[in-house]
Design a protein around this ligand. Structure first.
Ligand code: HEC
Ligand code: HEC
Length: 448
């Protein structure tokens, strides 16, 4: 009796395998499953499934010097938003008024809410960071802003080398680039043997004008959290930019869009995506060839590719601290100084794009439909880039208008984890407002 039941269910699962919600697999599900299986480097759809955020043992690419622990994640989750450590502003008027998250706003899936992030030297927030503007006490060259659109700090456990150029991290794609690590003080840290996030964050705390030491952890109330997170580090080294950076890296590795419809579909909830999203996903992994570049669980890739887009200085927007000579315009080549790498940028992750509002490193597109049309045409918009620097996989795709609609719907909603704000803290130890703490931002956020 029991045997017969098991046999029946094996037969049923072979032909009709149904999920926990009892949704029957349709032909588009089957098409999608074969497309994904064929695309997967491991030959299995599990390649694309993200771990749960508290499944620390299965978060990939951790730094052996900094394994993820709950105490580090808890500390990092506060430091990233802590305006109290904003203690090295250009002018005293901005003291303790900005944080890392000034440019990585949770409700915008940890991007800036605008084409360029500005921390020290700006005021205001609006609803999601879109209304932040330069403080009139500062001139444009004095603000903290960079010559590229901020990357989102989500799904970073799949990033071994940080930034659009991959400049940070001693391993991964940076093996063999040691000779350039001394060319600027920015990447000298790579000589110390860190993964990308550990290296990037130490430098980022300095670049973004923040300070961490024992006096500060005492006065803001963080000392016990550092003790819990780093008991093995001698006390005279425990309260520092380095440990702060390590805690933020641990936190970053847990910010995963693992509840997006596509993730739920991969885990067997076939009703999580609608048919249009499924058709778009099939195109992504077949005719549109997006998976030739975007092919990890976060759909990023630690590879640098040229797709010919414009730079931030060329945008119609009012941007600071960038121009035609910005090394960031050269992408990977700006870091390696190897002309073969010029105009090639890291293949970014593709979840929660709906929130970004601006796409590509130069914010040259403002809708996902425009991005899809750009890839479909396969013609570089930046005409100064030599053809040799454009990827062979960037070429006309021949998608119909309907296919572009389907692909856009997959990107916009199939890859969208609506509860992304679950990763933000409800408060920070100082009790200050965050992400920003200037008076206009406080008004905008209804804070205090
Ligand atoms: C002034 C705005 C701004 C602030 C403040 C800021 N960031 Fe960023 N962040 C950016 C920009 C812009 C990029 C992309 C720059 C590039 O790649 O050239 C970026 C990229 C990153 C990346 C790389 C992500 C990837 O996929 O490679 C990480 C990690 C990061 N930031 C962490 C931090 C941390 C930690 C802090 C605080 C210590 C911080 N950021 C503060 C603007 C900002
Ligand atoms: C040749 C490799 C390659 C292929 C093929 C490719 N991409 Fe990309 N994609 C990239 C790179 C590199 C970037 C970043 C370019 C930049 O900003 O300079 C990018 C950026 C993006 C972005 C913007 C993300 C952001 O954070 O701004 C989206 C959306 C995107 N790709 C979607 C797609 C879709 C959809 C397809 C298939 C139609 C596709 N890509 C095919 C390499 C590729």
């Amino acid at each position: 009796m029991k045997k017969a039941l098991i046999l029946a269910s094996v037969v049923a699962s072979t032909f009709w395998f149904s999920c926990k919600d009892d949704h029957v697999v349709t032909s588009v599900d089957k098409d999608l499953e074969s497309a994904i299986t064929a695309s997967s480097p491991s030959g299995d759809i599990s390649h694309y499934i993200m771990p749960e955020s508290d499944d620390y043992a299965n978060l990939p690419n951790q730094d052996v010097k900094n394994p993820v622990t709950a105490a580090k994640v808890e500390l990092g989750r506060m430091l990233f938003f802590e305006t109290g450590i904003g203690l090295n502003p250009k002018y005293p008027v901005s003291k303790q008024a900005y944080s890392c998250s000034s440019c990585h706003v949770p409700s915008m899936s940890f991007t800036a809410g605008r084409f360029q992030g500005i921390a020290d030297g700006a005021v205001g927030f609006g609803d999601h960071g879109e209304s932040r503007v330069k403080n009139q006490h500062y001139n444009g060259s004095e603000v903290d802003a960079q010559g590229a659109r901020p990357l989102p700090t989500i799904n970073l456990t799949y990033v071994t080398n940080a930034l659009w150029a991959g400049s940070f991290g001693s391993y991964g794609t940076n093996v063999g680039t040691e000779s350039v690590w001394n060319l600027d003080t920015l990447t000298a840290l790579n000589h110390k043997g860190f993964e990308g996030l550990e290296a990037n964050n130490q430098r980022a705390l300095v670049v973004h004008r923040q300070v961490i030491n024992k006096n500060i952890t005492d006065s803001l109330g963080y000392t016990a959290m550092f003790d819990a997170a780093f008991p093995d580090i001698p006390e005279n080294e425990r309260y520092s930019l380095k440990t702060g950076a390590f805690a933020i890296a641990a936190y970053f590795r847990t910010i995963l869009t693992n509840q997006a419809p596509f993730q739920r579909w991969l885990k067997g909830d076939y009703a999580a995506m609608n048919d249009q999203q499924k058709r778009g996903a099939v195109l992504f992994f077949t005719k549109a060839g997006c998976n030739n570049c975007h092919n990890s669980a976060s759909l990023n890739n630690m590879r640098y590719e040229g797709v010919g887009v414009n730079n931030l200085f060329q945008s119609p927007y009012d941007v600071f601290r960038t121009d035609i000579n910005d090394a960031r315009n050269l992408g990977r080549g700006g870091f390696t100084k190897n002309p073969d790498d010029n105009y090639k940028f890291k293949v970014p992750q593709l979840y929660n794009l709906k929130h970004f509002g601006f796409y590509f490193h130069g914010a040259s597109k403002t809708s996902l439909r425009d991005v899809v049309e750009y890839f479909n045409k396969g013609i570089p918009e930046n005409t100064v880039i030599p053809a040799s620097q454009i990827s062979k996989n960037f070429k006309p795709l021949g998608l119909t208008a309907e296919e572009m609609d389907d692909l856009t719907e997959f990107l916009e909603n199939g890859l969208y984890d609506a509860q992304i704000e679950r990763y933000a803290p409800s408060q920070v130890m100082s009790g200050n407002c965050f992400p920003n703490n200037d008076s206009q931002s406080k008004l905008d956020m209804g804070c205090n």
